[in-house]
Design a protein around this ligand. Structure first.
Ligand SMILES: [Zn+2]
Length: 270
């Protein structure tokens, strides 16, 4: 797969096409102190071959796992959650501006270790099984809502779940909150996209999540927002060799009635 080379080229081109920069946030008022922290070597060993330029467009989905040995440095938010330190400033800008608009966004889930993702996934499998879903569909249904370990963007530190303080439930009604409306309209200005739009589940393999945002950089986010594509579609435009695995294996599962999860304590979905 030559997608990395393509992305490198694409990145260079897009850097000249940045459309809108976020308003400058006041660092002094930042509510998320910057505390760089390196992931223990035991979890993230040797450096990946991946170039520094394409990290923003790293594709992690049911068919593309987190690269072995993927290495990141983490910054810690005020609530203890962590993100890739390279997205910290833009995230801070976005949240600060959202608050200045009179809203109250809460990051309820961010970077996860493989162990955490494994625990969340196993919990979800247990809940799906308990809901009565036939055994041969349990894992597929669970994976629509909590990514299998190794396939979650949360393991990259580039994704986070954001909810409204007044409605901290991860279900479709989250989209009706003023916070989500603001984020959906403005997040691209800060380099973030709503990663799992409602009409793209066939391609992403993940159900609609009006709370999961992914950092892709400002140029790509502007492009993706303007054209209404999802990340898989955006990357597939890089060339025919970009692989998009068929999504029907995921879509076979019927929506689970018990897919709703509450946000506090980082008990988020994908
Ligand atoms: Zn998420």
């Amino acid at each position: 797969m030559n997608i990395r080379k393509k992305i490198l080229t694409r990145c260079g081109a897009l850097l000249t096409a940045v459309l809108v920069l976020a308003p400058t946030a006041l660092a002094a008022e930042a509510e998320i102190p910057y505390i760089p922290q390196t992931v223990p070597a035991a979890q993230l060993a040797p450096a990946d071959q991946r170039g520094q330029e394409d990290w923003q467009l790293l594709l992690v989905n049911p068919w593309h796992t987190v690269p072995e040995g993927y290495e990141i440095k983490l910054a810690t938010l005020s609530n203890g959650l962590q993100v890739d330190e390279r997205i910290y400033d833009d995230l801070d800008d976005m949240l600060s501006d959202c608050r200045e608009a009179g809203l109250n966004p809460i990051v309820c889930s961010a970077y996860r270790t493989e162990a955490t993702q494994t625990r969340l996934y196993r919990n979800k499998v247990a809940r799906v099984r308990a809901s009565g879903v036939p055994e041969d569909r349990v894992e597929a249904e669970a994976a629509r809502w909590v990514a299998k370990p190794g396939t979650s963007e949360h393991q990259t530190g580039l994704a986070l779940d954001i909810v409204a303080a007044g409605y901290q439930i991860l279900d479709e009604e989250q989209e009706d909150t003023a916070e989500q409306k603001w984020l959906m309209e403005n997040s691209w200005k800060y380099g973030f996209i709503l990663r799992y739009p409602s009409e793209k589940s066939d391609i992403t393999g993940i159900g609609y999540e009006p709370w999961h945002y992914r950092y892709v950089g400002k140029a790509a986010a502007a492009d993706i927002y303007r054209t209404g594509v999802c990340l898989e579609e955006y990357l597939s435009q890089e060339g025919p060799e970009a692989e998009l695995a068929p999504a029907q294996t995921i879509r076979q599962a019927a929506p689970a009635s018990g897919s709703m999860e509450t946000a506090p304590q980082g008990a988020a979905a994908i």
